[in-house]
Every structure is written in structure tokens, then in C-alpha cells.
Design a protein around this ligand. Structure first.
Ligand code: ZN
Length: 72
């Protein structure tokens, strides 16, 4: 399952950090951040609950870049 989220982040470097943090989150198969469009596409593992997983993704992203936001 794949979902797309609107994000807020100040630069391409931080967008990249968010992408890496999202990719490492359990339940996430793959994540791609598009800084120009301010969007994050997340592919979830089979059986993962996107809502629960995205809470962890948000936490992980805030840890690497406290100024970022994901609109869930
Ligand atoms: Zn930045």
C-alpha cells in the first residue's frame, strides 16, 4: 500500500534526512520525499497499519529535524 502526505521542511538537506528516517521506521517498505513538491510518498509493508506507522515516522523525522512537519 502506498500513501502520499504533505510535508513542511525548510531545505532539501532536511528533506533528505526525513526520507532516511522514514525509510528506517518499522512498517515502511520505502519512502520518497519530494522537496520541490513538499510531499512524502510512503510504501507500507504488507499488514502494516499506515496510521500507526506514520506516527512513528513523524516521531523519527522530528528527531532528526525538529522543524519539520508531516500533515497526517
Ligand atoms: Zn534544513
Amino acid at each position: 500500500m502506498k500513501k502520499s502526505y504533505i510535508i513542511d521542511v525548510d531545505c532539501a538537506n532536511c528533506a533528505n534526512k526525513m526520507e532516511l528516517a522514514a525509510k528506517k521506521t518499522p512498517g515502511v517498505k520505502d519512502a520518497v520525499v519530494n522537496f520541490m513538491a513538499l510531499k512524502m510518498s510512503v510504501e507500507f509493508e504488507d499488514g502494516a497499519d499506515p496510521k500507526a506507522v506514520m506516527q512513528d515516522v513523524l516521531k523519527a523525522c522530528k528527531k532528526v529535524e525538529d522543524d519539520c512537519e508531516i500533515y497526517l
